[in-house]
Design a protein around this ligand. Sequence first.
Ligand code: UGA
Length: 472
Amino acid sequence: MQIAVVGSGYVGLVAGACFADLGHDVIVVDNDQQKLAALKSGQVPIHENFLPELLQRHRGKKLTFTDDLQAAVRVSSAIFIAVGTPPTEQGEADLSFVESVARSISGAIDGYKVLVEKSTVPVYTSDWVRKIVLRNAVSPDSFDVASNPEFLREGTAVTDFLYPDRIVVGADNERCAALLREVYAPLTEGTYYQKKDAIPGPDRAQIPPPIIVTSAKSAELIKHASNAFLAMKISFINAVASICESVGANVQQVCQGIGSDNRIGSRFLNPGIGYGGSCFPKDIMAFRSVARECGYDFRLLDEVMRINEEQRARFLRKIRSALWTLRGKRIGVLGLAFKGGTDDIRESPAIMLVKSLLQEGCTVSAFDPAAQERARSEEFGDRVEFASDPYEAARDADALLILTEWEEFGCLDLNRLRGELKYPIVIDGRNLYNPQVMAEHGFTYYSVGRPAALSEGIGSSSSVPAREVQKS
Ligand code: UGA
């Protein structure tokens, strides 16, 4: 099928590359000339596993880039709208980009086409897109508007797209649903997975994935409600972690106990320094506004946000209680991205914590495997020292903070690390290490929701693995 994807951000670019890998002919449209030039010349603007391979495989063949929206629409049967929906000051989603794209598309509809919302949008957006197109004198039977929310996570975006838990298609009539079924047929019929060069999937992939067809409004709500539920799960476990700290319990044991109930599940139950990123914070606020507009006071979401902010403040208090005063202290920081596996620093709790430390008069030496350049150019300039590896970040520091759950931060050479630090103090916001082993390696170790471990002597070996089991 000939497909247009409008917007070459995270969702648009990944969706475009993956649609091409499913065998479709894809035109990605963007009005940012610099971005287009970079994409055309073979650059990969985001750090994402398998994306370079897919772009290399399809660029200039099944995947092209243009700024000519109308020409792309004319030749396409499905037009996926994946433009930004940034928050307004009131926390609502700003839909002006979606509206302006819908208006431009109208001028190029010359046969039956389906306009598909791929961006995360509030319920009723599909109705509005339909109205806008009709207002621009397009006949009602030459188009439909569908909602096809995307559930990919940054860092695993390509495999999430190609091996989804489910595909949700919100279509209000069968003609429209049939077209979207055809788009996803290589996945739902399993033919994609038989291809020799298919991108390999994760172990627990459900092949083929189910497709869930709903009304457009239900699909819009599924997206917001899914993100809100996941954020709620994280805030819930962070609240439980705070209680664990007060009573001396271990949140990891508690998680194991509650997460092994199939009805609850252990995924997204990792406590830490709070959720960040370009999705959860924005989507929870937008969902809150949607509810308010509909006359429902969704106070549970306020609490999810409050706990999330409190989690950062608690972590800062933990640093203070470990170091007493902060002014003049040198702090090593591991991780700046909002989570592991990405160079994205939007709404990153790590960035916010580093800002607080700078404000308190600390010197910060930071290392992140992918987000360093962004952090330098977009946030800190030369206010932060950037190290070339974790050990350099730790060098002569009064304490080391672990702020992002990069896998490589969970398997450091602990003896070497201790040798680099001025004082062997590690404050781990992601619970990557076993407290007992840290103590055995001579560290004073604080983490989230687990008792602090105090050094018990230096250099002893242990049969317990230092690294905690990696969690999803
Ligand atoms: C999230 C959702 O997981 C995706 O399903 C969704 O498609 C996407 O938003 C979106 O709406 O576009 P993403 O923002 O990439 O994906 O990142 P997550 O893996 O969900 O992590 C979000 C934040 O929660 C990170 O800061 C992470 O460190 C934190 N987190 C996650 C925890 O603190 N604990 C956990 O157990 C899981």
